[in-house]
Design a protein around this ligand. Structure first.
Ligand SMILES: [Zn+2]
Length: 255
C-alpha cells in the first residue's frame, strides 16, 4: 500500500477580523496560523512533491524517519499567498507548493468570474521568484483554468497542459513537473494527457485516491485541532478504500 500522507489543499489565506467570515475559497489567517501551529507542535514536517513521488516509487524520504510527514499545496496562485500565507509558513519553517494559473500571473482572478464577482490580485513574476528563492515550489494549474479539462477536445487539453508548462519553465528556469486539476475535475483521459505532457505527478480533490496522477487532498478551513480530526478522518477513509480496492485481487490470488 502506498504511504499515505496528508496533502493539505488551500486557495486563499486572508486577514479577516475576529467576527468576519472569510470569503469562499479562503481560510482566515488566524485559522491558518492555528493549523500550522498545531502541525508544528505535532512534529509535522513538510515534504516536497518530488520527495513524495520518490516515496510512492518505493524510495525513502530524506526527512527524519518517524516524523509525521505532510505536503502543503495552494491552488490558483493568489497574491495573498505571498503577503499573508508565506510569513505564517516561515514562522513554522514550512514551505509549500503553489499551482499557478499561467495566464493569470501578474493579473487578477478573471478566470474565476463565473464563481465570484470579487476581483483579487494573483502572484506576480516577482512574487514567484521571491518565494522560489526561499524554497517554495511551483506547479501548473493549467493555462486558463477551464471549468473542466475533461470537457476539452484533445488539442485544447494538450494546449492547456503544454503552454502552461512552457511558460512556467521559462519563468522559473527549471523543469515544471507537477500539476493540479482546475476545479479538481479529472478523468482517466485527462490523467493520461497530463502524463503525456511530461508531468510526473498531479494533485486532485478531496477523496481516497493516492497514485501519482491522482493525489487526493485534505481540505479544511477549521482552526487548529479540528484539522487533526479532518486528517484522521481522511486517513481512515483512505485505509478503508485501499483495503476494499485490494480485496478482489487478493481473493483471486488465493490458491
Ligand atoms: Zn483552481
Amino acid at each position: 500500500m502506498a504511504p499515505w500522507i496528508p496533502i493539505l489543499m488551500y486557495h486563499r489565506v486572508v486577514p479577516v477580523g475576529r467576527s468576519a467570515v472569510a470569503p469562499a475559497n479562503s481560510i482566515s489567517a488566524t485559522a491558518f496560523d492555528a493549523q500550522m501551529s498545531w502541525l508544528s507542535r505535532r512534529g509535522y514536517c513538510a515534504v516536497t512533491l518530488d520527495e513524495l513521488v520518490e516515496m510512492l516509487g518505493g524510495g525513502r524520504s530524506a526527512k527524519k524517519p518517524g516524523r509525521n510527514l505532510m505536503l502543503l499545496t495552494f491552488d490558483d496562485g493568489y497574491e495573498d499567498n505571498f503577503h499573508c500565507a508565506m510569513p505564517i509558513l516561515q514562522r513554522y519553517g514550512y514551505v509549500a507548493t503553489i499551482f499557478l494559473v499561467a495566464s493569470a500571473i501578474g493579473g487578477d482572478n478573471a478566470f474565476d468570474a463565473a464563481y465570484t464577482t470579487e476581483r483579487v490580485r494573483m502572484l506576480s513574476a516577482k512574487d514567484i521568484h521571491s518565494m522560489r528563492n526561499v524554497g517554495f515550489r511551483f506547479g501548473s494549474h493549467s493555462w486558463s483554468h477551464p471549468d473542466s479539462l475533461s470537457d476539452l477536445n484533445d488539442g485544447d487539453l494538450r494546449d492547456e497542459l503544454v503552454s502552461s508548462k512552457t511558460v512556467l519553465e521559462n519563468l522559473l528556469q527549471e523543469p515544471v513537473l507537477h500539476f493540479s486539476y482546475p476545479h479538481t475535475r479529472v478523468s482517466e483521459r485527462v490523467e493520461a494527457a497530463v502524463a503525456a505532457a511530461g508531468y510526473v505527478a498531479a494533485c486532485s480533490g478531496v477523496g481516497t485516491h493516492f497514485s501519482p496522477y491522482r493525489l487526493d487532498r485534505v481540505e479544511t478551513a477549521a482552526p487548529g485541532w479540528l484539522a487533526e480530526v479532518e486528517i484522521g478522518f481522511r486517513k481512515l477513509k483512505y485505509s478503508v478504500a485501499s483495503f476494499t480496492r485490494r480485496s478482489p485481487g487478493d481473493a483471486l490470488a488465493r490458491p
